[in-house]
Ligand binder design. Structure first.
Ligand code: URA
Length: 210
């Protein structure tokens, strides 16, 4: 597998890995799968659960049935423990890289309940970009949906970025929800999941299936 000898019969073989048997390349038919999961608050997006609060991976696995349960599901990016909303999973590492790549600029739409109401000047700063500890932010979409609810669309995904941007303009986040990534919009209830269509993967996420 990828140039090393694997003796473990149940070792995972992921899409994109080179597989040789007795030196001959074998082409595996491994479809790229992707799903949307509506993350509830309280779960961490980590493989390990140091705090014992539950991970999204365990929660998703409990809800999947074979054969989908048998795949190794990778999260496409992260959400904070208290953030709810759209979290994508896939069995394909290339799709993880694609979805999280800083160069790709896939838009991610968030809805933040804030200590408000933010004036137009704060929204303008969010739109134009502001300087955080780790550098300037890219221009963003920002508008008010209600006096204390801001819709923020980012084309980058730095750690705690929404919370840091809103805190920087003086309107700390109280609640945070992600409702879209690229052209894929969350449409399942909290705790539920569904597979993405090929069209959502290729057009919605601009990812070439091949
Ligand atoms: N920005 C944040 O601050 N938190 C998230 O979970 C996602 C984006």
């Amino acid at each position: 597998l990828d140039g090393r000898v694997e003796r473990e019969p149940f070792a995972p073989v992921r899409p994109g890995m080179e597989v040789r048997v007795d030196g001959q390349v074998r082409h595996l038919v491994a479809p790229v799968l992707a799903l949307m999961f509506h993350k509830p608050a309280g779960l961490v997006v980590h493989g390990s659960d140091a705090e014992g609060v539950g991970t999204v991976f365990e929660c998703l696995r409990e809800r999947l049935t074979p054969p989908l349960r048998d795949h190794e599901w990778l999260a496409v990016g992260r959400l904070d423990r208290d953030t709810t909303g759209l979290l994508l999973f896939t069995n394909d590492e290339r799709l993880v890289q694609h979805g999280t790549s800083p160069e790709r600029h896939l838009p991610k739409r968030y809805v933040a309940g804030v200590v408000g109401p933010p004036p137009e000047e704060a929204l303008r700063r969010l739109r134009e970009g502001l300087v955080l500890e780790d550098g300037p932010t890219r221009p963003a979409g920002a508008r008010l949906r209600a006096p204390d609810v801001v819709e923020l669309t980012l084309t980058e995904g730095r750690n705690h970025q929404v919370k840091r941007m809103l805190a920087a303009v003086g309107h700390p986040v109280r609640t945070l929800h992600r409702e879209a990534v690229g052209g894929v919009t969350l449409d399942v209830p909290e705790g539920a999941w569904r597979l993405l269509t090929d069209g959502e993967v290729t057009q919605g996420l601009s990812f070439a299936l091949s």
